[in-house]
Design a protein around this ligand. Structure first.
Ligand code: SF4
Length: 357
């Protein structure tokens, strides 16, 4: 930050900006409503923060609406069937979040009387709530002066102070800056103000410094390097893995699905039976005896740590077929939308390629 500005000047500039420009988000209580005495619902804040991990606001909005319509309180969510929650989460990715979501809801319902702890420490003791999420919920839901850091906050602070150390090595320094700047007055609004500034003004490629409330304080802007920050360490190339999935249709139209093991990728989600995903060419391992059809279909999908290429094999079986794994789901109750994205892609590419009866 440029000389001549105190730490307090940042909040003093940002809060009035936030009062005028806060994003309207379905889980948020805006500054006007807050001033009128309305308070955020910790359940909605928590749910949004879990959904927003690794995911954009645009991608989360529909999911958030469906979840809060179906399960309007944490107690309602705690009473939900695992399979129903996993199916609603399908397509949002990072499925461990959904499993932890349920665990956390149940701990709150049974051990905390359905009431969220209102401190960072209390929140961190819950399943699936790490330091970032605990700080965000403490600040946004309970107006605690917690230091909230997400990608938007990192970018704004790296620019404001012209931090040239690449991420992720710069994170500890940025965290200290966040702690320094977080005010005791309206800390929840402050945290959301920095996030909103990063999302709408101090954007990754072309920061709109001309309309930024921090422009006079910003070192990167003064040095002409705003768009170059934050620097990032070069990413390592992702390895590739391969596998096969088997799409099976029974004579009555039912499809063969299995619930993936709780531990591991897509844990607890429904999917097509298939081979392990490894860096070696996969060995055939069909889940049921069938006249298998390999139409040369392939699905490509990228996970956080690897690229995946899945061969899609198709088979039709008789009504009395006995699979080695998985179970048949009637076509009337099978919704491709309840599958994780990579499994849905396999279903989509198979359309029109099924062998004749
Ligand atoms: Fe970001 Fe520009 Fe504002 Fe600095 S002046 S915080 S670079 S938008």
């Amino acid at each position: 930050m440029r000389d001549g500005f105190s730490d307090a000047a940042v909040a003093a500039a940002l809060l009035p900006w936030y009062d005028r420009h806060a994003r309207a988000l379905p889980w948020r209580v805006g500054p006007e409503a807050l001033a009128a005495g309305e308070r955020p619902d910790p359940y909605r804040v928590w749910l949004s923060e879990i959904m927003l991990q690794q995911t954009t606001v645009a991608a989360v909005k529909d999911y958030f609406h469906r979840f809060t319509t179906r399960w309007p309180t944490v107690t309602a969510l705690a009473g939900a069937e695992d399979a129903a929650v996993m199916a609603e989460w399908a397509g949002l990715g990072y499925y461990a979040r959904a499993r932890n979501l349920l665990k956390c809801a149940r701990v709150i319902a049974t051990d905390h009387g359905g009431v969220f702890p209102d401190t960072e420490d209390g929140l961190r003791s819950l399943p699936g709530i790490g330091p970032y999420t605990a700080a965000a919920i403490a600040a946004i839901a309970f107006d605690r002066p917690a230091a909230v850091m997400d990608g938007n906050v990192e970018r704004v602070l790296a620019r404001l102070f012209a931090v040239e150390t690449p991420l992720p090595a710069a994170k500890p320094a940025l965290r200290l800056l966040t702690e320094r700047l977080t005010p005791d007055t309206r800390p929840g609004c402050y945290a959301q103000a920095v996030m909103d500034l990063g999302a709408t003004v101090c954007t990754p490629r072309s920061p709109a410094c001309g309309i930024c409330p921090l422009v006079t304080m910003c070192t990167a802007r003064a040095q002409g390097i705003a768009a170059d920050l934050p620097r990032k360490s070069p990413k390592q190339a992702k390895p590739s893995r391969q596998g096969i999935v088997y799409l099976v249709e029974r004579a009555d139209g039912a499809v063969l699905l299995e619930t993936r093991p709780d531990k591991g990728l897509l844990g607890g989600m429904l999917g097509w039976p298939g081979t392990d995903w490894t860096d070696m060419p996969p060995q055939d391992a069909p889940p049921v005896a069938a006249d298998w059809h390999d139409p040369g279909l392939e699905v490509r999908h990228t996970f956080t740590h690897f690229h995946l290429r899945l061969r899609v094999c198709l088979g039709r079986v008789a009504q009395d077929a006995q699979p080695d794994r998985g179970s048949f789901h009637p076509r009337a109750t099978f919704h491709p939308a309840s599958l994780p994205t990579v499994m849905r892609k396999a279903w989509d590419v198979a359309a029109g390629a099924w062998p004749e009866d």
